[in-house]
Structure formats: structure tokens, C-alpha cells
Design a protein around this ligand. Structure first.
Ligand SMILES: C[S@@+](CC[C@H](N)C(=O)[O-])C[C@H]1O[C@@H](n2cnc3c(N)ncnc32)[C@H](O)[C@@H]1O
Length: 309
């Protein structure tokens, strides 16, 4: 559901022997047998998925995520008092409601999915209709009732898997450059960092391989090719981490340009013990630093589970 940038791919073949045998470039680059959706259908699919209750329930129930935003917003009433706030991709309106409760002068809540209609109802039912204006449409396309540079704070939960996978960061940056007050405006979050570490997980790999060997008596072993080539989204027990971690991307969301997400970086990992490296795990943190009481949302395997896994 969140898709865009491709992540690095790895294939488990033991990582023994010469390094040029670790990756099969030809195989990585081979076209996949994916259904060929055109762009318009993908666009509809994206917004349709955000129109379902289920996805918003999952995000709201991710208490690590939602409480981090609540800490950043309601925990900092000094920063929100009398401010004009823009909530990009408001979903159910939860972040707008936090901002209104934190004392914002007015909040503009925008979402292109049908969920915007529910946001309007939720905001009405919570007696905040005079403080929050809900607008349904794409931020880049819809007519907006405020002027350029008039927004004091942009709040958005735009992060996708692997931070950038189908993320909506581009439209957040577009709105930042157009509507945020250039001198005093704040971005929430204002920094995003991505990390990588090596893991050992023979049990997980073994389970995956075993499953496809015998599916109701049918040998589907060829399916294991995909699982070792494509990135996986899953939880990783912290005990499986066998190296230190390395920061591979550090985005300053206040000053960065959209193209900065296209990155290549060198990193080195120091192993804590000798074993086979089965995979690299990547995760991200987002910071809410420029506030009276700064806070961080982390998706690290060392911390509590989030819906980003
Ligand atoms: C990850 S959800 C966050 C929902 C809500 N803010 C929350 O924290 O629960 C992102 C939302 O952004 C909306 N969205 C994505 N791109 C958008 C755009 N360009 N204009 C308006 N809404 C957008 C999606 O429809 C989706 O509801």
C-alpha cells in the first residue's frame, strides 16, 4: 500500500566465499511477473486503501506512533498556542484534534481519501468544527482557504515502509515550500534518519524454506527464490541483531530538497560475534526536535513494535 522507492535487495546464499558471489546482479535486475497497473489505477488504489477503516484502525492502534505525535503536539502547548496548523493527510483527523486541543488558532486538515468525510464527522462530534476545517482533495490540487506563507506548523505522518517506500514526502515538501512561514514555520516531524544493521535468523529462513517445500503435498520450492530476493517487512527480535548499527540517511525535513531522497551511501558494520549474516535490517526514526519538549518516534527493533514492524 505504501510504495515508491526501491530498497536494496539481498539474497541469502551464505555470504561465504568470494564477495563477488554474494549477489546475483542479473537475477536482481530480471523483470518481475507483476501485474501491469497503469499509473491512474495505482493512484486510485493508494487513495482507496486510505479510504478503508481498517488501515486507519491499524495506524491509530499503533500506540508507539500515535502517542509520539500526541507527545509532540499536546505535550507542547507553548509551541501550538495561537498557531495556524496544516495537517497534510489528516486521515481520521487525529493529529488535527491533538493540535486543536494543544491550543492552535486554527487547523486545516486535508486528505484526498474518503476518510476525510469521516474526519469531518469526528471533528464535529468532538465539538471542534470551529477550530478545524476539513478539506477533501490532494494538497497539490485543491483550492485552499489560506495564503502562501500563512502556515505556522505543518504536521504530517507521511512515513512509509523503509521510510520512503510509497511515502508522501514529496507533497509535504511541496506544501512546506509554498505555505509554511519561511522565518518561523515548523515542521513536525523535522528530521528523519534511517539505520541499517546485520541480523542472524536461521530459524526464520528455515521456516520460510520449509513451508514452500510442501504446501498441502505440493512442492512449491521455486517460490523461495522471491523471498530471498525481495525486501521483507517484518518484526525482528532485537536478540537477532549481530552488529552495531549505521546511519545511512539523515534528512533535515526543514531544508531538504525532494531529490535528496535518491541516495546512495557507504556504510560499514562491526560484527559483535562470528556467525552467518542472514539479512540486513533497516529502520527509521523521526524527530520532533524544534519544540519546547522534543521527542522521537522510533521504529527500531530495539524498541516497541510499530505497524512499520
Ligand atoms: C499515513 S496516513 C496518516 C493519517 C493520519 N494523519 C493519522 O496519523 O492517523 C496518510 C494519509 O495521507 C493522505 N494523503 C496522501 N497523499 C496526499 C495528498 N497528496 N493530499 C492529501 N492527502 C494525502 C492519505 O489518503 C492518507 O489518509
Amino acid at each position: 500500500m505504501r510504495d515508491k522507492n526501491k530498497t536494496s535487495r539481498s539474497r541469502e546464499n551464505g555470504f561465504t566465499g568470494k564477495s563477488d558471489s554474494w549477489f546475483d546482479e542479473e537475477r536482481y535486475n530480471r523483470p518481475k511477473l507483476n501485474a501491469n497497473f497503469d499509473e491512474a489505477k495505482q493512484h486510485d488504489y493508494y487513495y482507496n486503501s486510505y479510504s478503508s477503516h481498517h488501515i486507519h484502525e491499524e495506524m491509530l492502534k499503533d500506540s508507539n506512533r500515535t502517542l509520539a505525535y500526541q507527545r509532540a503536539i499536546e505535550g507542547n502547548p507553548e509551541d501550538f498556542k495561537d498557531k495556524v496548523v496544516l495537517d497534510i493527510g489528516c486521515g481520521t483527523g487525529i493529529l488535527s484534534i491533538f493540535a486543536a486541543r494543544a491550543g492552535a488558532k486554527h487547523v486545516y486538515a486535508i486528505d484526498n481519501a474518503e476518510i476525510a468525510l469521516f474526519a469531518k464527522e469526528i471533528i464535529h462530534d468532538n465539538n471542534l468544527s470551529d477550530k478545524i476545517t476539513v478539506i477533501k482533495g490532494k494538497i497539490e490540487e485543491v483550492d485552499l482557504p489560506f495564503k502562501e506563507g500563512e502556515i505556522d506548523i505543518i504536521v504530517s505522518e507521511w512515513m512509509g515502509y523503509f521510510l520512503l517506500y510509497e511515502s508522501m514526502l514529496d507533497c509535504v515538501l511541496w506544501a512546506r515550500d509554498k505555505f509554511l512561514n519561511k522565518e518561523t514555520g515548523k515542521m513536525l516531524p523535522d528530521r528523519a534518519t534511517m539505520y541499517v544493521a546485520a541480523i542472524e535468523d536461521a530459524e526464520y529462513m528455515g521456516e520460510k524454506t520449509q513451508f514452500w517445500k510442501n504446501v498441502y503435498g505440493v512442492n512449491m520450492s521455486c517460490m523461495t527464490n522471491g523471498i530471498f530476493v525481495d525486501p521483507m517487512v517484518d518484526t525482528v527480535p532485537s536478540s537477532n541483531i549481530m552488529s552495531d548499527s549505521c546511519c545511512i540517511l539523515d534528512l533535515d525535513l526543514v531544508h531538504m530538497k525532494p531529490g535528496d531522497v535518491e541516495f546512495a551511501n557507504c556504510y560499514s558494520l562491526k560484527m559483535q560475534y562470528t556467525d552467518k549474516v542472514h539479512a540486513l535490517v533497516a529502520w527509521f526514526d523521526t524527530s520532533f526536535a524544534n519544540l519546547t519538549r522534543p521527542t522521537v518516534l522510533t521504529t527500531s527493533p530495539m524498541k516497541k513494535y510499530t505497524h512499520w514492524k
